[in-house]
Design a protein around this ligand. Structure first.
Ligand SMILES: NC(=O)c1ccc[n+]([C@@H]2O[C@H](COP(=O)([O-])OP(=O)(O)OC[C@H]3O[C@@H](n4cnc5c(N)ncnc54)[C@H](OP(=O)(O)O)[C@@H]3O)[C@@H](O)[C@H]2O)c1
Length: 260
């Protein structure tokens, strides 16, 4: 019962992959969840090779709300100590809401919100009973602002921020901490997958740098983590200004970057 495990969704690439290496490097065994089985197996093998930890891969599509049911029902019968849950899986949709595919928007809500709720609800009781554990929700600087042409994505991230802050308060004195990580542009496949145009493809933090900060601040028990000065400045302004002004500002900034 002493070995600590971390569950990471979206561990097949980008920030989730880099977080898998961080947690494995810290001696955590890892459960890696995403769709791409080959990529997950490569990440798992690299975690074992570099750090000698145990790994499990769960290849599943989190847009299906029943996808995690078998995994979750097995959790209660396991003697594993799940010390950290990282809700990181996500994808973007870029376009005016009236023209986007509604099914894809609902899949986005399932991946970013429903799967995070299900996993959190599944691991929390044992964490509370043990008086120890961490939930890391990967949100975004867009948690703090409405984002034209990425409206559902940003609303999911705002949900994660609000949910995380309420949960952090509920869990006071339980020994369980909730961290919400809010990166800005990060160099991963996220933007190309979402069809988000960029004038400069190399802008933003690397996934490795973002994951390092998220890992360290989670284990320190910090609640809201915004990496990088420019991102913190954006969040400061977004909290200061009315939502309608922020929406206009984000639209302007994104147009300068080559987006709609
Ligand atoms: N990159 C940025 O600029 C940026 C900025 C702020 C916040 N974020 C957030 O950071 C998190 C990680 O994104 P990333 O930048 O690392 O992008 P990424 O490289 O595209 O990684 C996204 C991960 O989510 C998984 N995923 C997507 N849809 C899934 C589904 N239906 N079922 C299961 N897994 C799914 C992907 O795995 P499979 O494709 O194998 O399923 C992949 O492992 C996301 O929550 C994103 O919103 C990113």
């Amino acid at each position: 019962m002493s070995a600590k495990w971390t569950i990471i969704t979206g561990a097949s690439s980008g920030i989730g992959r880099a977080l898998a290496f961080e947690f494995a490097g810290g001696g955590f065994n890892v459960v890696l969840i995403a769709r791409n089985k080959t990529a997950l197996a490569e990440v798992a093998a690299e975690c074992s090779r570099r750090s000698g930890v145990e790994t499990e891969i769960v290849s599943t599509d989190l847009s299906d709300t029943n996808a995690l049911d078998d995994f979750i029902s097995a959790l209660s019968s396991e003697s594993r100590r799940y010390e950290v849950l990282v809700n990181n899986a996500g994808f973007g949709i870029h376009g005016d809401f009236a023209s986007t595919d509604i099914d894809q928007n609902i899949q986005l809500v399932n991946v970013q919100v429903a799967s995070a709720l299900k996993l959190t609800r599944a691991v929390l009781p044992a964490m509370i009973a043990r008086h120890s554990g961490h939930i890391l929700n990967v949100a975004s600087v867009y948690s703090f602002s409405p984002v034209p042409f990425q409206s559902v994505y940003a609303a999911c991230k705002a949900f994660l921020l609000s949910f995380s802050s309420a949960l952090e308060n509920e869990l006071k004195e339980t020994g369980v901490r909730v961290t919400v990580f809010c990166p800005g542009v990060t160099q991963t496949e996220f933007r190309s997958r979402a069809g988000i145009g960029e004038k400069r493809t190399s802008s933003g933090m690397t996934a490795e740098a973002a994951a390092r900060i998220a890992y360290l601040e989670t284990l320190r028990g910090k609640h809201i983590v915004v990496p990088g000065f420019v991102n913190r400045l954006f969040v400061f302004l977004a909290q200061l200004l009315p939502d309608s002004t922020v929406a206009g500002l984000v639209r302007f900034i994104n147009r300068q970057r080559g987006q709609r």
